[in-house]
Design a protein around this ligand. Structure first.
Ligand code: HEM
Length: 264
């Protein structure tokens, strides 16, 4: 927290200089992309946080089968996103936010899928109907309008660096995953030591992109679209969850529930 004489948000000073307390370590203007995104996606974020699947997840009500399918969905989303980012890494609007070592999740997700599905995981997972429009959109954007990849990166990576740590703990407890982090590599950003610090760097990189107001607005719109695609994935998972019955939480101590009931 620092004290600054520059107002940070919309309330442009009318009554001369004043002191305001700024929670961030940077001075931001409402026309900065990071601010436009934070402000312009607030409602989407509220909706995402409050959808049934996410609420159940936060309460620790997550079935292993659903977590596996969710991990698979993310694998296809990040594969698409990172493939398109890679193709566009020299694009002037992408290069400043290109952080493959720090952010990229494809390999972490592949390791998680190997943990959940075994060595032949690739033959067991495929793009679901609820995930396909998201994946297709990312490829289309990467080919036709790469500046909008900023929106897709922002929506996922900034979210992962924010709420992700809570989700990791919830999943670890609910699914009784090993404390070694197996199955949860997705949530572990090995190349980032301070999530807060990295988010600040990422925001400042977004703000340094040379973009006119219209393009910034298109990026905000695309981020809201990305939130919508994420909600589609969640709804699909929620529906699948309603069709599969609660598993007996047998964490593999060598005896099935039935065996224990029969005396081992
Ligand atoms: C930011 C929590 C779901 C995307 C945040 C922040 C929190 C949070 C606490 C603020 C961090 C900060 O101020 O630095 C959660 C929780 C969720 C959730 C508890 C429910 C599980 C989602 C989803 C998405 C998402 C589903 C999109 C796929 C984002 C983004 C930001 C963010 C993009 C950055 C906002 C900004 O500063 O511009 N989240 N979130 N979140 N979250 Fe979430």
């Amino acid at each position: 927290t620092k004290v600054t004489s520059e107002p940070k948000s919309k309330s442009v000073s009318k009554g001369g200089p004043r002191i305001i307390v700024d929670d961030d370590d940077e001075d931001l203007s409402p026309t900065d992309l990071s601010e436009m995104l934070a402000e312009g996606t607030k409602e989407s974020h509220d909706r995402a946080e409050n959808c049934a699947f996410v609420k159940d997840f936060l309460r620790g009500r997550i079935k292993r089968e659903l977590f596996k399918r969710g991990t698979a969905a993310l694998y296809f989303v990040y594969s698409a996103m990172e493939e398109e980012i890679e193709k566009n890494k020299d694009h002037p609007h992408i290069a400043p936010i290109y952080f493959p070592v720090e952010l990229h999740r494809r390999e972490a997700l592949a390791r998680d899928l190997e943990y959940f599905y075994g060595e032949d995981w690739e033959s067991q997972v495929s793009v679901s109907a609820g995930t396909k429009p998201y994946v297709d959109c990312i490829h289309k954007v990467g080919e036709k309008d790469p500046v909008l990849l900023v929106a897709h990166s922002y929506t996922r990576y900034m979210g992962d660096l924010s709420g992700g740590q809570i989700l990791k703990k919830v999943a670890q407890r609910a699914l009784k995953l090993p404390s070694t982090g197996e199955g949860l590599n997705f949530y572990q950003f090995e190349g980032i030591h301070s999530h807060k610090g990295f988010k600040q760097l990422y925001r400042s990189r977004m703000n340094e992109l040379e973009l006119d107001t219209e393009t910034k607005q298109r990026i905000v719109d695309e981020s809201n679209r990305a939130f919508g695609f994420n909600m589609m994935v969640f709804s699909e998972l929620e529906e699948i969850g309603n069709t599969i019955k609660e598993e007996v939480q047998d964490v593999g101590h060598g005896h099935s529930h039935a065996e224990i009931m029969q005396g081992g």
